[in-house]
Design a protein. Structure first.
Length: 336
């Protein structure tokens, strides 16, 4: 059987092909009763709009690309879900790729999404080779950065100040009386978010009159196992840290898990903090002190801004979102 056509839908619904087209492309311009009749005809016939024809007519693909560093854990899931939902409301489909924190893979994926006609791109963080930005400029592809805010960067962003957020949580740890600190960080090379969080910790340490070089910093991949391994290494040092500040919640939960196996009680023997405020932060035992990142707000705002960039053909001002320190039971004064 031949695939159903727009004309077939129009005949079955008893309307013109123009009305069917409006129902599919601008449904708010069609009265409810007519729209429902047309959509029932679309469903019963199994009609699928001709994507290629729509692209040619609009000179757009109605797709957006997003390249995230990893799908291995929940760091990006909540924000990306909100991003997808908001894009869908605006009539766009999302294509997602993962770079595994590898710049070469990210560049391949950027070129692949551009070649497939993506109308716009969402990237994570600002740090990448300048040649990538040159390529995007030559292709005239609207591109937005998330999870990092930098009003001076080459691309506009919808994100937050990673440095200030980590400075705040470190200052709170110090305010509770801790002087022997350590940090489990993500890999800083090629990751401006991890680099900024390390800088934020050092800012707070210096502000407290302490020596930042005396704070051991373990760089490792984001993961429960890697967080546990780094924590075990830190606890073998003398003197042992009384507080371990982690670059994200996943590392922190790994640290808390191995702490119990080492016979250490959190927070009596060692305090642990995280970053992101994922679901695991509240179900961890004890509940994890962390930085709350407004992932869903960021995702929805990023979708709104990127759609505006595509449809209005303008470069918007960057949008900074606020983070919040969430104090929970994993942080207490030394010996507390």
């Amino acid at each position: 059987m031949a695939a159903p056509t727009l004309d077939d839908v129009a005949k079955k619904a008893g309307v013109s092909t123009a009305t069917v087209s409006r129902c599919l492309n601008t449904p708010d311009r069609v009265v409810k009763a007519t729209r429902e009749r047309v959509m029932e005809a679309v469903k019963s016939l199994g009609y699928t709009p001709n994507f290629a024809a729509r692209v040619m007519a609009a000179k757009r693909s109605f797709t957006m690309g997003a390249i995230i560093p990893t799908m291995d854990n929940a760091i990006f899931a909540r924000g990306l879900q909100a991003f997808q939902e908001a894009l869908h409301e605006s009539g766009y489909t999302l294509l997602v790729a993962s770079s595994a924190y590898t710049p070469e893979i990210e560049e391949e994926q950027i070129r692949a999404l551009v070649s497939r006609g993506a109308d716009g791109l969402l990237l994570i963080g600002h740090e990448r080779d300048p040649s990538v930005y040159d390529f995007l400029a030559r292709q005239n592809i609207p591109t937005l950065v998330a999870w990092s805010f930098d009003a001076t960067a080459r691309l506009p962003s919808v994100g937050f100040d990673n440095r200030a957020a980590m400075r705040a949580v470190t200052a709170e740890v110090i305010a509770q009386g801790h002087r022997r600190l350590a940090m489990i960080s993500g890999i800083c090379a090629g990751n401006d978010r991890a680099t900024a969080r390390v800088a934020g910790l050092r800012d707070a340490v210096v502000a407290a009159g302490m020596d930042p070089d005396a704070v051991p910093i373990m760089e490792t991949h984001y993961g429960i196992e890697t967080g546990a391994a780094a924590f075990e290494d830190l606890m073998a040092r003398t003197p042992r840290p009384t507080a371990v500040i982690c670059g994200n919640d996943v590392q922190a939960v790994g640290a808390m898990g191995i702490a119990a196996k080492l016979g250490l009680e959190v927070p009596c023997d060692v305090s642990i903090t995280g970053f992101d405020d994922l679901e695991i932060a509240t179900i961890a035992s004890p509940a994890l002190t962390t930085v709350h990142v407004p992932h869903r707000d960021m995702g929805r705002a990023a979708a709104r801004v990127l759609v505006e960039m595509v449809e209005d053909k303008r470069i918007p001002a960057s949008v900074e979102l606020a983070t919040e320190l969430r104090l929970r039971a994993s942080l207490a004064p030394p010996g507390g």
